[in-house]
Design a protein around this ligand. Structure first.
Ligand code: SAM
Length: 310
């Protein structure tokens, strides 16, 4: 059973008419989605390869290069040559939104400040046609090695990996990147599943507070590392406003007149506007331009904020 405190909070966060449906998603397995790696294959070749292996992928109409497969084919997908040899990467559609909205261009300098296992780094490298520079930072040794293995398997050449704490990066390389992705470490509430009780075994209000403390330091570092006019994409897989709107609001407070929240457009229905208040705290009214993805049978819950340095 999900922690009662968590569901009580969720009830206040999610629109009342969606609550039961959202709650149900924590008890169901998610549909498997994946993305082709344009550095190693193209749609025609990958589909032919997967069909020959007995799989039935269907394209996702709003996300270029993304596909879903029937849930009983997940195992065969993870045992396919295409998976082992890095021609595809299994990733939730919500996660794909962060690089899509970051919108990196070939030749740019990009910082991925919390990068492992590296699915978003890899998508960024693909969008950049493997031209330019990506610094990918991950402090946890084991996760760092996984990040490296995933980039090697995918055949990227522009990803430079750093096993260090993201909090010091802005100070070390100020105003150096055209775009920064901060897919922040968080309480991972959107990954909770009653099929895996371990996923919420360590959740607590304290965990949210600790995550927020780290996120505030990381967003300042991300902002410092960004060139003027640069774009910062902040995302989490948490529902907690303390880890989402409150962190972006903190950045706005620290740098008044230097941050603009950009509007986000995505062709989806399972959306909710960012909050402008939570419990006793009021946030900047521009926080309504941030976006919350409500979970469904395909997508994880997610928070996205797109910011520009003025
Ligand atoms: N962006 C990744 C992807 O798409 O594969 C997922 C990132 S995950 C949400 C957050 C990551 O931040 C974790 O790998 C975690 O180890 C890392 N992290 C934790 N503390 C950090 C810190 N102080 N600086 C940078 N990254 C940190």
């Amino acid at each position: 059973m999900l922690p009662t405190k968590f569901t009580e909070r969720l009830k206040k966060i999610v629109p009342a008419e969606e609550y039961e449906q959202v709650l149900e998603t924590f008890h169901q397995p998610k549909e498997t989605t994946f993305r082709l790696n344009p550095l190693k294959t193209d749609e025609e070749r990958l589909l032919k390869e997967l069909c020959e292996a007995g799989l039935h992928p269907e394209p996702v109409d709003w996300m270029p290069g993304a596909f879903h497969i029937p849930s009983d084919e997940r195992r065969a997908l993870t045992e396919s040559d295409a998976f082992y040899e890095g021609r595809l990467y299994i990733q939730n559609l919500s996660s794909m939104l962060a690089p899509l909205l970051l919108d990196p261009r070939p030749g740019e300098r990009i910082l991925d400040l919390a990068a492992a296992p590296g699915g978003k780094t890899l998508m960024i490298a693909g969008m950049m046609e493997d031209r330019g520079w990506i610094s990918a930072v991950e402090p946890v040794k084991e996760r760092f090695h996984r990040l490296r293995r995933n980039q090697e398997r995918a055949g990227t050449t522009i990803v430079h990996t750093y096993n260090r704490d993201g909090r010091g990066v802005g100070r070390a390389v100020p105003e150096s990147f055209d775009r920064v992705l901060l897919d922040a470490p968080c309480s991972s509430e959107a990954k909770f599943s009653t099929l895996k009780p371990q996923s919420y075994a360590y959740w607590s209000a304290r965990k949210i507070r600790e995550s927020q403390k780290l996120q505030k330091r990381l967003i300042l570092s991300a902002f410092d590392a960004l060139k003027p006019e640069g774009t910062l994409l902040y995302s989490t897989c948490s529902f907690a406003p303390e880890e989402n709107e409150a962190v972006v609001d903190f950045l706005l407070d620290k740098h008044p007149d230097r941050v603009e929240i950009l509007p986000i457009e995505v062709p989806l229905k399972n959306l909710q506007k960012g909050f402008t208040y939570w419990e006793k705290k009021t946030f900047d009214s521009a926080l309504s331009k941030t976006l919350r993805i409500l979970p469904d049978n395909k997508m994880d819950g997610f928070f996205l904020a797109k910011l520009q340095k003025l």
